[in-house]
Design a binder for this molecule. Structure first.
Ligand code: 13P
Length: 255
């Protein structure tokens, strides 16, 4: 399968931005700008915005995602949110293993793996984030780091379930820094992720997985990044909070 047959997914990761009323206003602004998109358009929003966001995108082509999910169905896990709660609200995607969760909240590949399996079991689509630190790139171990994350994060995930998985390659040094990976650097690692999946599963499975790039992707650099064979979409932080910029990235993915 080649790039043209994979579904491009452009997802905004709003992080800890926008109150419910602000979320509604931004989605109302984005919706008419992306209505003709020839790709999947997703907004991953803070938990408290989810109900408002799902309501706001009714009748549009925008899907709503959460920014994390716990692996247990319920119980004594103060501050956590279950997949059942997300499903009932109408969420379709869940960002998992974002580098900010790994860096600031002790997320490990083991917990990313548990969350990934729970999200898939619930019929939701995980957007699993992987990426190397600047120090790791400088030490020339990017491929080792990425292979380790892919092997651990998808441990015990079946080939069938991989059809519902999106992987986001987000080099940590490019997140929120304005330093984008070059299109060639992004392609190199996204192709490496696909090759790793081919070894773990099969070429067919690997060819079907949507792999996004994330890290300072914006309306100016999206077209070049998205033109690469193994870059099937983007996970957008800052630029997803500005309707015109996000819409321009969606339009770059639709060509
Ligand atoms: P920025 O686009 O703000 O660099 O954030 C990228 C990101 O972390 C998306 O998940």
């Amino acid at each position: 399968m080649n790039k043209a047959l994979r579904k491009a997914v452009i997802a905004g990761n709003w992080k800890m931005n926008k109150t419910p009323s602000e979320a509604k206003a931004l989605l109302n602004e984005i919706a008419p700008l992306v209505k003709d998109a020839d790709c999947e358009v997703v907004a991953c929003v803070p938990y408290v915005d989810l109900t408002t966001a799902v309501e706001a995108v009714k009748g549009t082509n925008i899907k709503i995602g959460a920014e994390n999910a716990h692996w247990e169905e319920k119980g004594a896990f103060t501050g956590e949110i279950s997949t059942g709660m997300l499903k009932e609200v109408g969420v379709e995607y869940v960002v998992l293993g974002h580098s900010e969760r790994r860096q600031y909240f002790g997320e490990t590949d083991e917990t990313v793996n548990k969350r990934t399996k729970a999200v898939l079991k619930a019929g939701l689509k995980p957007i699993v984030c992987v990426g190397e630190l600047l120090w790791e790139r400088e030490c020339n171990i990017t491929e080792e780091v990425i292979a380790r994350q892919i092997k651990l994060d998808f441990y015990d995930v079946t080939a069938e379930d991989m059809k519902n998985v999106v992987i986001a390659y987000e080099p940590v040094w490019a997140i929120g820094t304005g330093k984008t990976a070059t299109a060639d650097q992004a392609e190199e690692v996204c192709a490496f992720i696909r090759a790793t999946l081919a070894k773990l599963y099969s070429k067919e499975v690997a060819d079907g997985v949507t792999i996004q790039y994330g890290g300072s992707m914006n309306d100016g650099n999206a077209a070049e990044l998205l033109s690469k064979e193994d870059v099937d979409g983007g996970l957008i932080g800052g630029a997803s909070l500005v309707a015109e910029k996000f819409a321009a990235i969606v339009s770059a993915a639709s060509k």
